[in-house]
Design a protein around this ligand. Structure first.
Ligand SMILES: Nc1ncnc2c1ncn2[C@@H]1O[C@H](COP(=O)(O)OP(=O)(O)OP(=O)(O)O)[C@@H](O)[C@H]1O
Ligand SMILES: [Mg+2]
Length: 352
């Protein structure tokens, strides 16, 4: 039973795509566990994919958004804005069983639907952190943890696993996600600015100063002040490895390794910020062993990823052939599936 946040301070690196694929695949591999996805991004991309993709998913999302009461993340946040310091214990009424809307997703996947209202709520969430009781900051930052605890309790604490899709910006709701999470998955793409983005993650969450004298984030300082725990780094994932030719693959690997070096340096000073896995594994003593434990790569799935996301069909259930996406015929090649399916399967097997 673990709570994972999928976060990078950079946009478009695959947080939502990987949340969708990982949660669906984890559910397929663990049919006796309950899987919860909490969509803490106002764009609600992972919700849209889970609910059926570009057309059906979007339509269902709109329907859920106009229902009263609003059974979305914003519905819960609204309740907490009204009751900031006392948990209403109502979290379990905010879940949607995904297969009810999209039977391509295993029936053990549940979702707290994302909602654009998060943007307009964020200033009110921030206001609740002060003034108020002396530890208002702490209590407000635990809202999402409270939500998850309510849901787990309603499942009689049956074995479960939680994935939180985050917004790229380090907004108040991203802070709430990181407080709720026990483990952190950092996806990144292999382009020039990725290294800077990963450094930003390390600075904002773990207080790793980039330049001497840099101010540390209020999130890091307050987490320490209130003796709250930070998520531990579980894996960093180079996403969208292009296999067009060997030079693009090696350029990709160079960037992944450079970022790996950055994270390795953090490991050397603060190994307690990492989650050794699988359970019982010994602490890596060389950089190579460190990479084997924490560094992952996901291929660019090309057309298969477009069709998978657009139709809300997890990659393991997608078949090759012609698919209709928004009135256009798109062909999914078996060769793409042959690469992507085991890639996602193996990645998920490393998630406990
Ligand atoms: N492995 C992959 N292969 C092919 N396409 C991918 C892969 N991962 C992500 N994508 C595509 O890249 C685009 C950006 O991905 P996604 O929306 O998941 O990023 P994000 O980090 O959630 O973005 P944001 O910061 O805006 O929330 C999407 O169109 C997605 O389908
Ligand atoms: Mg996203």
């Amino acid at each position: 039973m673990a709570i994972y946040a999928i976060w990078n301070n950079k946009g478009g690196v695959g947080k939502s795509y990987l949340t969708f694929q990982i949660a669906s695949e984890y559910a397929r591999q663990n049919p006796h566990k309950k899987i919860l996805v909490v969509d803490l991004c106002p764009q609600a991309n992972s919700s849209s994919m889970l609910l059926g993709g570009m057309e059906r998913g979007e339509e269902r999302l709109s329907r859920i958004h106009v229902q009263q009461p609003r059974r979305t993340i914003s519905g819960y946040i609204e309740e907490r804005i009204r009751s900031p310091y006392v948990s209403p214990n109502t979290g379990s009424s905010y879940i949607t069983q995904v297969s009810w809307h999209n039977n391509s997703v295993p029936s053990n996947v549940y979702l707290v639907v994302g909602d654009e209202q998060l943007e307009t709520q964020s200033s009110r969430v921030s206001s609740a952190t002060s003034p108020g009781p002396q530890d208002a900051w702490r209590i407000v930052h635990l809202w999402i943890r409270d939500l998850i605890t309510d849901i787990q309790a309603s499942w009689n604490n049956e074995t479960n696993c939680v994935f939180i899709d985050c917004n790229p910006s380090f907004s108040i709701y991203t802070e709430l996600a990181l407080t709720a999470a026990e483990r952190l998955v950092i996806p990144f793409s292999a382009d020039g600015s990725s290294k800077r983005a990963v450094k930003a993650v390390l600075a904002l969450v773990y207080g790793i100063q980039r330049h001497t004298g840099d101010a540390q984030s209020e999130f890091f300082l307050n987490t320490d002040r209130y003796r709250m725990s930070l998520p531990t780094i579980y894996m960093y994932v180079g996403n969208r490895l292009t296999q067009m030719n060997s030079s693009s693959a090696s350029a990709f690997r160079t960037v992944v390794n450079e970022i790996g070096d950055e994270i390795w340096n953090v490991w050397r000073t603060t190994p307690q910020s990492f989650c050794i896995h699988p359970g019982g594994a010994s602490t890596p003593v060389s950089q190579r062993a460190f990479r084997e434990m924490f560094q992952y790569e996901v291929n660019d799935a090309n057309t298969a990823s477009v069709v998978s996301g657009a139709l809300g069909i997890p990659i393991a259930s997608l078949t090759a052939g012609q698919k209709n996406v928004a009135g256009k015929n798109i062909t999914v090649n078996q060769s793409q599936l042959d690469r992507q399916v085991p890639n996602i399967r193996d990645l998920v097997q490393s998630i406990e």
